[in-house]
Design a protein around this ligand. Structure first.
Ligand SMILES: Nc1ncnc2c1ncn2[C@@H]1O[C@H](COP(=O)(O)OP(=O)(O)OP(=O)(O)O)[C@@H](O)[C@H]1O
Ligand SMILES: [Mg+2]
Length: 417
């Protein structure tokens, strides 16, 4: 390559393309620049091979490809056209792409149905598989020994979906030796187009949090049955209106391991809105009221419902040595009963949605991670609840205690207070 030849890549991909490797790859969410960057680099490498007198093919594979239109051909063309010195070096036809000196040409193939013809394709220099999440184990097994030229490489780009898919296992869970693989998301793409950002912001409002994280943040698409609030919550900004029910305040006590956690929430249109959270590990009894007043607006003048397991804490916070600026005079302990946790969860799940304000990051984390136990041997989801990741969720249950019916009856219509 001439010393002036330059191309630009998202910075996270620089190490992926630096130095020797048998495998290079990137996984992540939509619009992160994976396809464009790898397409561009195939052309750079085709240029380098051809200049070095090496002839052969760049194979662009997908699991399924019925026609060239399903292939990466258009992406490769666009990438080449975008860089003048590459554009000048390639001959681009309707159905082919090759270097003008004809040493290196592109081939496009569906791995599922054309594996045998791929095997006979002479001298594959680079095999790049885009949209690789759906590539089967069989295809990977057959492809690898097919790419056998000295210095040949296999490139893989994909949007993760299933934790443990063949591609996930091979290239992410236990990547092969001599591989350079990075995670890339839209925040890593310096050319992330405004049109896509608009789509992203729409999805932020429309989709539940897990689906959003799958599409845009490169997360697995897990709607695991073990997650207690799966499919129920999403993140969105909101401002409570005058006709909303609430606010409702709840506190769960912690100390050395667990945080003392409080929430402020609302109900409107059969939706639960979590507007503010406040929590801290090691919060001293003397400081609780002050801490909550600073973070949960209005808590000092409203009813506050808290875990009844610590009556002495409740009594302390209620009067706080009669310093009325630092107490929660209307705090009460909430009743517990056998099955009250399950009944509380049934109540939380009975809302059309639980909308979590983006500032409530710990509540969001719990909404994602609060889980049922899973059988260690079979993977079956059990009925027992893992007593972890539940402090802000518990605070929300306490906040809503008067609305929760005993014995797991599904409550669809929250009461007006
Ligand atoms: N090097 C670049 N120069 C200019 N624009 C770029 C470049 N890389 C990416 N882009 C822009 O970012 C957009 C998204 O990139 P790309 O299609 O490669 O992302 P992707 O990660 O493959 O997304 P998807 O998961 O949707 O397939 C492109 O359509 C293009 O507008
Ligand atoms: Mg892509």
């Amino acid at each position: 390559m001439s010393s002036k030849a330059r191309i630009e890549l998202p910075p996270k991909l620089i190490p992926v393309f630096s130095g020797p490797a048998r495998y290079r790859g990137a996984h992540g969410g939509r619009g992160s620049g994976k396809t464009r960057s790898f397409a561009l680099m195939t052309a750079v490498r085709a240029y380098m091979f051809a200049e070095a007198g090496v002839s052969g093919k760049i194979l662009c594979g997908r699991e399924y490809m019925n026609s060239l239109e399903d292939s990466s051909m258009e992406e490769v063309k666009q990438a080449i056209l975008s860089v003048p010195w590459l554009d000048a070096y390639f001959d681009i036809g309707e159905k082919y792409i090759r270097t003008k000196n004809r040493r290196v040409s592109y081939a496009f193939a569906g791995l599922r149905h054309s594996l045998n013809s791929i095997k006979s394709k002479a001298r594959i220099l680079i095999a790049w598989v885009d949209e690789a999440e759906d590539v089967s184990e069989t295809a990977w097994i057959k492809l690898r020994p097919t790419v056998r030229e000295a210095g040949s490489e296999i490139w893989v780009t994909w949007n993760p979906e299933k934790d443990g898919s063949p591609t996930d296992k091979r290239f992410r869970k236990s990547p092969p030796v001599n591989s350079r693989i990075a995670e890339l998301n839209y925040t890593d793409n310096p050319w992330f187009p405004p049109e896509l950002d608009e789509e992203r912001l729409n999805d932020r409002n429309l989709l539940d949090d897990q689906t959003y994280a799958w599409i845009w943040d490169g997360a697995y698409r897990e709607n695991s049955e073990a997650q207690i609030l799966s499919g129920k919550y999403r993140v969105a900004e909101f401002t409570p209106a005058a006709d909303w029910d609430g606010p409702y305040f709840g506190i769960d006590w912690g100390f050395s391991q667990d945080p003392t956690a409080g929430v402020k929430c609302w109900i409107h249109d059969q939706r639960l809105y979590i507007e503010h959270e406040a929590g801290k590990v090691g919060l001293e009894n003397d400081d609780i009221a002050d801490f909550m007043i600073a973070r949960l607006p209005g808590i000092e003048s409203h009813a506050v419902r808290a875990d009844s397991a610590r009556p002495e804490t409740i009594s302390h916070v209620k009067s706080n040595g009669r310093d009325t600026r630092k107490c929660l005079p209307r705090i009460v302990g909430v009743e517990k009963w056998k099955g009250s946790v399950e009944d509380g969860i049934a109540h939380l799940r009975s809302y059309r949605e639980i909308v979590i304000h983006p500032r409530c990051t710990k509540t969001l984390h719990e909404a994602r991670t609060y889980s049922y136990k899973v059988d260690r041997l079979t993977g079956d989801v059990l009925t027992d609840i893992v007593d972890k990741n539940n402090h802000y969720i518990d605070a929300s249950r306490y906040a809503l205690a008067p609305l929760i019916k005993r014995r797991g009856a599904a409550i669809v219509q929250p009461l007006r207070m």
